[in-house]
Design a protein. Structure first.
Lengths: 148, 148
DNA sequence: CTTGACCTGTGACTTAGGTCGAAGGTTTAT
DNA sequence: ATAAACCTTCGACCTAAGTCACAGGTCAAG
């Protein structure tokens, strides 16, 4: 059982953020102590970590709430509903994934095209590499322009 | 050459967003007409599409500005600087990618575990599937609890 | 010659996701 | 018994990324 400050510290967030998540129905502590202290279980902590990961991946709190609500309301919902929601989120994730891979490819191409040396990057064609979906680019520095 | 309204419409954003991007050094129209109208080239449009894609993938405008500034300042920067920035962004992208793949895996597992039928989803263990990094889960609906 | 699209500048407002402080009160640890 | 951590409510404030509107003015097309 974690008290609010303990959980917050463990997950590197603010106490107020935990209260905020509670008010916004994202994470309620499983119990309270006799004196009213919030007490979070290990499972609560995992849920929090799930929330933080989901956020990191670009889900809004509303979307995360939706995902979490499946768990809460599952007795009241049909498998069909659950699957529909999950498949829709899966779809979102896969769309993002495709974009990210496109970025990764572009950035890799760019990194490969750039020699990383101390010379002027004038020949580095970032946007070309970032925007084109086509072939590789590689720049060359002339060794001695002056003496041509 | 696109006028502001044309580009905005073509990319399904607000005119004011384009002015906002201009004020925030993300996208300046290549030229102006004699009368002062913003005129965007095809290349400007591509840059805009890059911005929109980058945003969609979770980059902040500040990060996008950094990426774009490479192009603008490349004569003034060394390949080493360019490569450092690019590799750092690449790193960010790969971190996100890893998280997203984790999500994809979880959601897929969940989707597979759920029969999608009209029955109560009581046996659907979302969080288990979402949080565990372990094995597959599959639920079974008893055919007739009453008559047991 | 009027209408709609554009220009400028200014400032208010919005949503999401917090963060902080104050006021006033309890609990827990040392 | 005192300090640190917790509780509550309440409201102010913050950033990011816009959006909207107003005022006063120019421009282009039918
Ligand atoms: Zn280079
Ligand atoms: Zn180089
Ligand atoms: Zn199910
Ligand atoms: Zn089922």
């Amino acid at each position: 059982m974690y008290k609010i400050g303990e959980l917050a510290k463990a997950c590197d967030i603010n106490n107020d953020t935990l209260r905020f998540y509670e008010k916004n129905a994202l994470l309620c502590p499983s119990t309270r102590s006799e004196s009213g202290y919030r007490l979070y279980t290990e499972k609560d902590k995992e849920t929090l970590q799930f929330i933080l990961r989901a956020k990191g991946v670009g889900f809004t709190l509303a979307e995360i709430r939706e995902l979490l609500s499946i768990e809460v309301n599952k007795a009241d919902s049909a498998c069909a509903d659950v699957k529909t929601l999950v498949d829709s989120k899966l779809n979102d994730v896969e769309t993002k994934l495709a974009e990210l891979i496109r970025f990764q490819t572009s950035l890799k191409r760019l990194s490969n095209a750039c020699c990383g040396g101390a010379e002027s990057a004038e020949h580095c064609t970032i946007l070309e590499a970032l925007e084109s979906d086509t072939n590789d680019v590689r720049h060359e520095h002339k060794l001695n322009d002056k003496e041509s």
